[in-house]
Write a new protein. Sequence first.
Length: 251
Amino acid sequence: MTTSAPAPGPLPRIVAHRGASGSAPENTLAAFRRAHALGAAAVEFDCKLSGDGRIVVHHDETLRRTARLEGRIRDWQAADLLHLDVGAWFASEFAGETIQLLRNVMVLLDELGMQANIEFKPCAGLEAETGRAIAHEIADYWPAHLPLPVVSSFSQAALAAAAEFLPAKTAKAMIWRHVPKNWAESVERLSLDAVHCLAYSLDEPTARAIVERSIPLRCFTVNDPAVAERLFDWGVSSIFTDFPERFLPPR
């Protein structure tokens, strides 16, 4: 087991959303390499279970958008998913980019020295199972000298199921499109370490209330520097962006 990984430091201000997904196909090795080349120190990506219980990196419940195929991820075996082209839909130059196992992405992150935010994106009905599986994968295979990832999800069930099996000090964040009025109760009940929310639904009083509790607040998906500046003024600690190059100095 990989129990000696450094505890997570704070995520940097700029996190590449699904990799550099504005200029490469999301959640692919190409997108993660592109993010690194652009100067991003951290990436966010989505994980779910295949039909045979393997953890694959993919956002949508179906393959329609990325692979131009019908069917749900949960109905495919991992061995078949890993041969699907999920790059050509974005641009012909990325033809041949395939769905990856979480374990393969860990290897690349280790090679690049990048931090990560792993989002649990469970298929419907597999919330707890997905949380447990990803937690075990992190505990067993996370690279020993990378900071532990931040884990996040829209699913309380996935986060709760993962909590028992994650390495100690793994930071957990709830994702909300609209921060609920009882956010503080949820933070305490779920032992959350951060709040992630949709940038365009956040208001200043809510942001400042969260920040005043010394809870890291991170926003998605921010591609406008003016919006980012406003959020940082409110105390937001990180933004997730498809275009890290808009916020980082050229390399």
